[in-house]
Ligand binder design. Structure first.
Ligand SMILES: Nc1ncnc2c1ncn2[C@@H]1O[C@H](COP(=O)(O)OP(=O)(O)OP(=O)(O)O)[C@@H](O)[C@H]1O
Ligand SMILES: [Mg+2]
Length: 407
């Protein structure tokens, strides 16, 4: 259960009671203050500040602006309660720096959900806080959630995810997790020659473990490379147990439990996939050189870019799954409408052997051109390549989840 401390700035006792009861009812600790100066002064001691009604001398937006003008309070999210559904009021709050706004009258479950989402979001961004670069002064963001997804099955998504994860886990035993979100027929465990005792289908039945890093770890299998594996359900009928919300929670908590998370998001697009794409710092899209595959990627980009660009965090991987190339790189890039960032060579035998032996190419054939390309891809995906920490393309995208109906 959540135990975060919430500070509520509230002049109206009745309204305060409703908010406080709602949140304490789901396990949050809420402290109410009436004085806005006190709220600003003490905000740093709380996980979240909620501003409802304030003394007329200082409007809620003013208090919010004051909190946001204090650099030390940057890690504390602020939720403002709108007194009406008036758009102007909402905009005023957002302009004042509110991280979210809930308008009255609100459903109690909405308030709970917004609070929970804000806490998770800020918990995560604290975990991803900028790191000082060793060359002094410069800071860059560490990229830690890498999601492999392709709208076309058979593009090499699982191959890419598994090899990138194993490559990144080298020298980081127990600190990298791969999550198999190809929920119906995911084969990450097979490619690693593992027989998992527990899978994501077990984890989704245990909500507490979806929130607590140490408990989440009890659901993973260990690979000899040091990689940890949260396997896909053992049977397709269990796939439906996994919801969009549980995917969000699991990926958030996984980031607290591990230094890095790699996701095989398969080839199916639904709200759960969107939640994974939303959580990603880097999206790897393997594509094979065929017009239909390129068109599928274009359709994907057109679709998701309606709500929030993923282009800024996408790395296109041209996977040569065919022995003979018909399309040239120029055709592929024209078809994609984007630059290919990485090319994986054709090597049917190596991949075939790796899959059958359950030993990924980066381990079983470490000197091969395929392995070298995959190791390089892992470095790029995690922003380790010199000058590519953000690929020069970091843009702020809006949320993607919610675009598809909940599952
Ligand atoms: N560069 C390559 N050269 C030759 N064969 C490859 C290459 N990349 C992947 N393959 C082979 O293509 C097949 C599909 O790969 P993989 O399972 O990784 O794709 P996927 O996109 O995850 O597929 P699915 O949609 O079924 O989950 C596998 O048999 C794999 O060994
Ligand atoms: Mg696959």
């Amino acid at each position: 259960m959540p135990s975060s401390q919430i500070l509520l700035l509230e002049l109206d006792a009745t309204s305060g009671e409703v908010i406080s009861t709602t949140l304490t009812g789901v396990g949050f600790a809420v402290e109410t203050v009436t004085d806005s100066a006190e709220a600003v002064r003490r905000a740093g001691d709380f996980s979240l500040v909620i501003i409802d009604q304030t003394d007329p001398a200082k409007s809620p937006a003013d208090v919010c602006r004051e909190i946001r003008a204090t650099p030390e309070l940057a890690p504390v999210p602020v939720l403002c309660i709108g007194q009406t559904e008036d758009v102007e009021e909402r905009i005023r709050f957002l302009e004042a720096g509110a991280d979210d706004v809930v308008a009255k009258p609100f459903d109690q479950r909405e308030l709970e959900a917004r609070v929970e989402a804000l806490l998770l979001r800020f918990q995560r961004s604290r975990a991803l806080a900028p790191m000082a670069a060793s060359d002094g002064g410069m800071v860059h963001r560490v990229r830690r959630t890498v999601v492999a997804y392709s709208p076309k099955g058979g593009s090499g998504t699982t191959t890419v995810a598994v090899n990138v994860a194993v490559a990144h886990a080298a020298g980081r035993p127990g600190r990298v997790l791969i999550v198999d979100l190809d929920l119906q027929f995911g084969q990450v465990a097979t490619l690693l020659n593992l027989t998992p005792k527990q899978t994501i289908a077990d984890l989704v039945r245990d909500e507490q473990s979806q929130r607590e890093p140490e408990l989440l770890k009890t659901y993973v299998s260990h690979h000899e490379s040091g990689l940890e594996v949260l396997a896909a359900p053992g049977s397709p009928e269990l796939a439906d147990l996994v919801t969009e919300a549980s995917v969000g929670r699991i990926l958030e908590t996984a980031l607290l439990a591990y230094d890095a998370v790699v996701v095989d998001a398969g080839a199916h697009l639904d709200a759960r996939t969107m939640a994974a794409l939303d959580a990603a710092d880097t999206i790897l899209i393997p594509v094979y050189p065929e017009i239909a595959a390129l068109k599928a990627v274009q359709a994907l980009l057109d679709f998701v870019n309606e709500t929030g660009s993923i282009s800024a965090k996408t790395t296109f991987v041209l996977n040569n799954v065919f022995a003979k190339q018909i399309l040239k790189m120029r055709d592929v890039e024209n078809g994609l409408g984007a630059k290919v960032d990485c090319t994986l060579p054709y090597d049917a035998f190596l991949y075939h052997k790796a899959a059958n032996e359950g030993n990924p190419v980066v381990r079983g054939a470490a000197q091969s051109a395929a392995a070298v390309a995959l190791v390089q891809l892992a470095a790029t995906a995690f922003g380790e390549t010199v000058g590519q920490a953000d690929g020069g393309r970091e843009r702020r995208g809006r949320g993607l989840s919610g675009l598809l109906k909940r599952t």
